[in-house]
Design a protein around this ligand. Structure first.
Ligand code: CTP
Ligand code: MG
Length: 537
């Protein structure tokens, strides 16, 4: 809008010269279309939520062609877009169609309501994601530069538009369930589903937002009587969260269409309900009262939007870590993706000149509208991207990747804590193998769970990857390798099984099989010759 006004002013000035102007009325027509995604995370989320309200998910009967099925569905409403995908979670593969912006005109309730069905209706019309098979990376296998490999990797594995919309649809479906108890509630996604660093297949973190009901932020009149809703009181907020999640968990378990394997993990630091949503294929974690996590999601999103190198580097490091089982989808003593992301951000703050600002700098740029204190934690930082001035740094992704490994191969983990608020390492405030200060709850260590052997493995793999990237044969596409196996180069070399697996302190265990997607990633990054061969055949 500012840019638009500046242009209007320049044009206007040209026609009126330097005469003083009393007032000008400018009318700007903003017409947000289906694909005009808003910029700020909050606007984007509101936009997606609104889209989700108008979307449905329908399972496609076996032995029915997609074309025929679409024809049938078009009798029930106007199909603007559709996405077919197969889902494999907990059960036989099923074909599903996701219809964004579909207003259903008439739907019967699956034959007649029989005794084996629970009388709960939602916008999932019978029942998951293995994301659709992606073949577009094949064309990128001819990349000559590591920079290009990194960009191809990001392009191929980031969340697609439809995957992102499906995530919001699942939140909306869950809201229908939670609304049985809390009609005005909202369910919002957070974490990698919306922070810009999500990889296809990542879990869906959601939180049940009851703020509009509890009215915690409503101002009471300073004097006189006011009428308030009476609400049951307890003396512990944690207890309230546990009670809410307990009943919602029961509800999801008993009535949630396609929700299976429901576990209530209420004694965790952050209580949650975990389940698999079959129709979308997402592993879901539902939390309540988790506003600080929403703030860290917003912060990560902002960093990712500031410079395209941020997302690409985070993405690559996340894939590298997964390929070497540094991270895992099972909770344990390993480094989490969130910790890894914070490590990459810290590294980018330590560049000369820095690629991204520190959190304190972002706080100093904040205006009164950005002020946010949650449970006593200062969560204030600027949300208007245009106020942030970046320094000129021309490092290539290739350089950054190599330097990232060197940086952490020699980082003084035993003494220092990683701190993105200050953008400088600090003395460790407590004993822990890896200490990463939580950006908002500053007394907490994000990587408290990490043990010494996992940290040692990370450091050894950083050393190995830094060394590999210094080898000239790693940096250039080479010919065919041993037997039928083409020689990997560049990024692919870093994703191959490591030579340092049996390092100090780590019991020999069977290497966890890399996910199917990582396997295909390796395929995609093979040398140029092989890439050509495969596309020819
Ligand atoms: N979070 C946090 N402190 C932690 C762990 C998580 O504040 N110690 C918040 C972060 O905002 C994080 C979100 O909770 O993004 C979700 O956590 P998690 O699912 O572990 O990480 P993701 O970023 O979603 O990454 P992944 O793709 O592995 O799910
Ligand atoms: Mg997550």
């Amino acid at each position: 809008l500012l840019k638009c006004l500046n242009t209007v002013e320049t044009v206007f000035r040209r026609s009126v010269g330097t005469e003083p102007i009393e007032s000008v009325i400018v009318v700007v027509f903003l017409s947000p279309g289906e694909n005009d995604a808003p910029k700020s995370l909050y606007d984007l989320m509101a936009h997606r939520q609104e889209q989700a309200e108008r979307s449905v998910l329908i399972s496609c009967p076996s032995r029915t062609s997609e074309k025929k099925f679409l024809k049938f569905l078009s009798k029930h409403g106007d199909i603007k877009k559709h996405f077919f995908y197969e889902s494999y979670v907990s059960g036989p593969a099923g074909l599903y169609v996701f219809l964004p912006c579909f207003i259903v005109s008439a739907v019967g309730i699956m034959s007649s309501l029989c005794s084996t069905q629970l009388p709960f209706r939602s916008s999932a019309m019978t029942p998951q994601s293995s994301p659709a098979n992606r073949t577009d990376w094949i064309s990128s296998s001819c990349s000559f530069q590591i920079d290009e490999q990194i960009s191809s990797l990001t392009e191929a594995y980031q969340l697609t538009e439809e995957n992102s919309r499906l995530r919001f649809l699942v939140c909306s479906l869950l809201k229908d369930i939670a609304a049985a108890y809390f009609p005005e509630c909202t369910i919002r996604p957070f974490g990698s589903s919306v922070n810009g660093f999500g990889k296809l297949g990542c879990d869906l973190d959601m939180f049940l937002d009851l703020d509009s009901i509890s009215g915690w932020n409503l101002k009471r009149p300073k004097s006189g009587l006011s009428l308030e809703y009476q609400m049951k009181r307890t003396n512990s907020e944690r207890h309230v969260t546990q009670s809410i999640l307990s009943v919602i968990g029961e509800c999801v378990d008993h009535f949630g269409p396609g929700c299976v394997g429901v576990q209530k993990i209420l004694n965790a630091r952050c209580p949650l309900v975990r389940f698999a949503h079959q129709p979308s294929g997402f592993q879901c974690d539902l939390t309540a009262n988790n506003r600080v996590a929403m703030k860290s999601t917003e912060l990560l999103y902002l960093y990712g939007e500031l410079d395209p190198r941020v997302r690409s580097l985070v993405f690559t490091i996340r894939c590298w870590a997964r390929a070497h089982s540094i991270t895992s989808s099972i909770p344990g003593a390993w480094i989490s993706n969130f910790s890894l992301t914070v490590m990459v951000l810290f590294f980018l703050q330590r560049r000369t000149p820095p690629i991204i600002p520190t959190l304190n700098q972002l706080r100093d740029l904040a205006g009164p509208e950005d002020e946010s204190v949650i449970e006593g934690n200062d969560c204030t930082f600027v949300t208007d991207f245009s106020k942030i001035e970046l320094q000129r740094n021309t490092d290539t992704l290739d350089q950054l990747l190599s330097d990232f490994f060197e940086f952490y191969a020699t980082f003084p983990f035993s003494r220092m804590s990683i701190n993105i608020r200050k953008g400088k390492e600090q003395n460790k405030p407590e004993v822990a193998p890896l200490h990463i200060q939580n950006p908002f709850e500053t007394s907490l260590n994000v990587s408290k769970n990490v043990n010494t052997s996992q940290l040692d493995r990370f450091v050894a793999l950083c050393q190995e990857s830094a060394w590999l990237l210094q080898q000239s044969e790693t940096r250039t596409p080479r010919g065919v390798g041993v037997g039928d196996t083409p020689a990997a180069w560049g990024l692919a070399t870093l994703l191959l099984p490591s030579q340092v697996a049996g390092i100090k302190g780590r019991k020999k265990r069977k290497r966890e099989p890399a996910s199917e997607r990582i396997k295909s990633l390796l395929e995609s990054l093979k040398n140029k010759n092989e890439g050509k061969k495969s596309s020819d055949s």
